[in-house]
Design a protein around this ligand. Structure first.
Ligand code: TRP
Length: 75
């Protein structure tokens, strides 16, 4: 994290159905939703963990690429 803001790792989320929701959870003592995005089928989001976001929750059918590999949410 060279600038202290971004944590460099990008995650790629591709929606496999309409209405997939991506939710950013806050970093720190409290864990709250601070942002959500809806993707329709075929849409892709490329996102980073940042000083504000330490966890990402995905609802709906999606393909997820991270440095840990490729995975899908269950159908
Ligand atoms: N606010 C928590 C934190 O910064 C968010 C979080 C990250 C979290 N990983 C988690 C919450 C795993 C529950 C489980 O640590």
């Amino acid at each position: 994290m060279p600038d202290g803001k971004n944590h460099e790792e990008y995650v790629v989320i591709k929606a496999k159905e309409n209405g997939v929701t991506i939710i950013g959870l806050t970093r720190g003592k409290d864990t709250k939703f601070h942002h959500s995005e809806k993707l329709d089928k075929g849409e892709v989001m490329i996102a980073q963990f940042t000083e504000h976001t330490s966890a990402i929750k995905i609802r709906g059918r999606a393909e997820i690429l991270t440095k840990h590999g490729k995975m899908h949410t269950d159908e």
